[in-house]
Design a protein around this ligand. Structure first.
Ligand SMILES: Nc1ncnc2c1ncn2[C@@H]1O[C@H](COP(=O)(O)OP(=O)(O)OP(=O)(O)O)[C@@H](O)[C@H]1O
Ligand SMILES: [Mg+2]
Length: 479
């Protein structure tokens, strides 16, 4: 089945979903499709349903009786029954649907709302899947897809003691586009502009199609940001807040914004976040866990010291916390220009700088390090063990752990707005030597300098002679 032309990228997801829909086995199968808001789950699933003539139902937040009525109407219309199906409960409704869709694709979108309407739905589905399995003589080729974006709910659907655990044959997480795909999607040729746009809007497809009417910034980023992001009339204006309020688990939004704000301000350890908020470390354990559960933040492990580092997972949230929230009332009054002029420095240091480091780690993850791919890439600290300074390294790329000493493929430093020089190289050499003292094999370690603003002549000359020094400029980052 050919992917429709208007679906950009998503080759892997499309292949997995069509394989699932076309699987000829004579038993019921379950797939789960999740992913944060606006990533294109519905878009993909509707395209799939259209192609195979499947049943597609999207739940909305409502009472159980109301939801059941809507479901009845949708089923009737799909099956060509006059009027509506008046189901008395979800058990009856679901059994009826599955009985009448024996050879079809059935998609239940926004499934968390259905679960909220009736929490027993997963158990009903479990029973039906088990009853319609091959050992029972087959239940027809029902292909059931459950989709939704409340990550905390969707994540738990198949976990632990959940009724549907072990029942899904496909589990697709629709992720944001990576930085390279995002640039193509936006059609931005200047890589410098592409990094900045990516630092604001990340890889969420809908932010281009639905939120800015497909308008990519031209030469004037300032004008575009003030019109498209910072003006109260634009849908992006409230989007970051909406991402948080959309999560069912989150009640005390002010607390959660404070946590996100602390991280966006550059505090990445639990202690650092807590002290920025003037709270005890134990007070923020729960919000951190919930935010991680909803995939709004990401926990990364410093591969050397094994400490947790927290990062905001959605660029727009970082942008909101760093630029918009502090100036919210001015923005509401329509002073986008003034606010933006006053936050340019913060935009470079708190938004683009850290995002650029992230992009460099993504680059390092699929770069060919002399015939080897990194198994792990993270930021970390090369500690001086009392003899030298602790050096923060932006990009540590490690080979897979085998029985020998672990190989350090690369240490890297990323600078967005500062020309890189021999001083940066010396610092990396020292970091490498300190990591050697910590037990890593550094014989072939590549010293990588990622420069958003270029490299000076002396450094360029050294790099030209030394194959262990790698200069990565913006075109190479996107190459
Ligand atoms: N692969 C893609 N190619 C082109 N446009 C896309 C793609 N994915 C998403 N979009 C655009 O983003 C819009 C929003 O996507 P969609 O509504 O499917 O997201 P979703 O993941 O279902 O979000 P929600 O959780 O909010 O329902 C689509 O209508 C479409 O314009
Ligand atoms: Mg959707």
């Amino acid at each position: 089945m050919r992917k429709p032309d208007d679906v950009f990228d998503r080759e892997r997801e499309w292949a997995a979903l069509t394989r699932f829909a076309e699987d000829p086995d004579d038993e019921m199968r379950l797939a789960v499709v999740s992913g944060r808001r606006r990533q294109g789950k519905t878009f993909l699933l509707q395209a799939l349903a259209d192609m195979v003539g499947g049943f597609y139902f999207v739940a909305v937040e409502s009472t159980s009786a109301d939801a059941l009525r809507q479901f009845g109407a949708a089923v009737a219309s799909y099956l060509g029954v006059q009027g509506t199906m008046a189901f008395t409960n979800w058990d009856e409704a679901i059994t009826y649907l599955l009985d009448h869709c024996r050879d079809r694709l059935v998609i239940l979108d926004e499934f968390p709302y259905l679960m909220k309407a009736d929490p027993s739905i997963p158990s009903i589905l479990q029973r039906e899947i088990d009853a319609r399995g091959a050992p029972r003589g087959g239940g027809g080729r029902v292909r059931l897809v459950l989709a939704g974006s409340a990550m905390s709910v969707m994540g738990r659907l198949l976990a632990g003691q959940a009724p549907l655990r072990g029942r899904a044959s496909l589990d697709v997480v629709v992720q944001p586009f990576d930085y390279r795909v995002a640039r193509q999607f936006w059609g931005i040729s200047d890589p410098r502009l592409a990094v900045q746009v990516n630092a604001i809007l990340g890889g969420t497809p809908a932010y281009r199609t639905r939120f800015v009417d497909n308008e990519a910034p031209g030469d004037d980023l300032d004008d575009w940001v003030t019109r498209r992001v910072l003006s109260p009339e634009t849908p992006l204006f409230r989007e970051a807040r909406y991402l948080l309020s959309n999560e069912m688990e989150i009640r005390d939004e002010a607390l959660y914004h404070a946590v996100l704000g602390a991280i966006a301000a550059g505090n990445n350890t639990r202690g650092g976040i807590a002290s920025h908020m003037e709270r005890k470390s134990t007070d923020i354990a729960h919000p951190l866990a919930v935010l991680e559960d909803c995939r709004l933040i990401r926990k990364e492990i410093d591969p050397i010291r094994k400490r947790s580092i927290y990062r905001v997972a959605e660029p727009l949230v970082t942008f909101y916390e760093a630029i918009m929230r502090p100036a919210w009332s001015q923005l509401e009054r329509g002073w986008a220009d003034r606010v933006w002029q006053g936050s340019r420095a913060r935009f470079a240091s708190q938004v683009v700088g850290p995002h650029f480091e992230h992009v460099c780690r993504e680059f390092a993850l699929d770069f060919d390090w002399d015939g080897e791919l990194a198994a792990e890439v993270a930021a970390g600290i090369a500690s001086g063990s009392g003899k030298g300074p602790n050096i923060e390294v932006d990009v540590i790329a490690l080979a897979p752990q085998d029985s020998n000493k672990r190989r350090l493929l690369s240490v890297g430093e990323a600078k967005w707005s500062e020309t890189m020089s021999l001083g940066h190289l010396r610092r990396l050499e020292q970091a490498r030597d300190q990591l050697h003292m910590r037990g890593l094999d550094t014989r072939d370690t590549v010293l990588a300098l990622y420069g958003g603003a270029g490299f000076d002549t002396a450094l360029t000359e050294v790099a030209a002679r030394d194959p262990r020094v790698l200069l990565v400029d913006l075109p190479m980052l996107y190459g």
